[in-house]
Design a binder for this molecule. Sequence first.
Ligand SMILES: [Zn+2]
Length: 312
Amino acid sequence: MSTVFYSHPACRLHDMGRGHPECPARLDAITDHLRATGLDTALTLHDAPMATPAQLARAHSSGYVSEVCDLLQGLAASGERHAFDPDTSASPGTYGAVMHAAGAAVAATDDVLAGRASNAFCAVRPPGHHATRDATMGFCFFNNVAVAARHALHEHGLERVAIIDFDVHHGNGTEDIVAGDERILMCSFFQHPLYPYSGTEPKGRNMVNVPLPPYTRGPAMRAAVQDQWLPALEIFAPQMVFISAGFDAHREDELGQMGLVEADYEWLTQQLLVVAAKHAQGRIVSCLEGGYSLSALARSVAAHLRVLAGLA
Ligand SMILES: [Zn+2]
């Protein structure tokens, strides 16, 4: 049994414009670092398939899925660009990227639930956790993690899954999709105040939202996780753990002002591994969200992967 690493070349072809922080080089930084450190040899590397519209429609309205897919396929054919909202624009390569990004999360879920892998990490872009049921937002088109969580519930018959979100930004899109769905427990922390300025008033009883002030460092984050996430996870006893793995709470990342370092991501991953081992037969699917300092992103993903792969 191994840790599967899903990605796809198409995820590099989504381009939001020169100088945009959510750039293809993020994936290059991750794969270069894995190769340079030899960590890639400890992983099983897979190219992600495309998600299907039916899979996407488990987290989004079918009207939204067909509208976005039609528009993105049009851009792929015409070579044009389109701005969906002030933060989220699409290029000709976006259609392939979004479909392979969500498809990675779904395929990783299938692998882990079939016992073909212990756990999985999806190095994909665009990210997903700001995408709501009916709207793009904050660099996100489809909510990869919510799609995968619902896939586990609907296709595999699981009854309880957890979504953990440690991106520096509140996962408002995931909350929009899963709040009130008692089969899902969502635990997150996020810097507040910071974009998208939500999360302080949870939208459902199944949300454990932990706003943290700017300049929060590892010890305070760890205390919050121990006090607020872990007891809720212990009671909920998830049968599978999904992670919205954003690494922009790193102290070198300029999109947030938190002070986490690689050792904090290692610790976080260990805590989640313990939860998964106790309740979920070790089943974890982690998907890349944010993380914009290329070096810090690569080092943090490696720290996360070393724990998932049992090397740390
Ligand atoms: Zn973020």
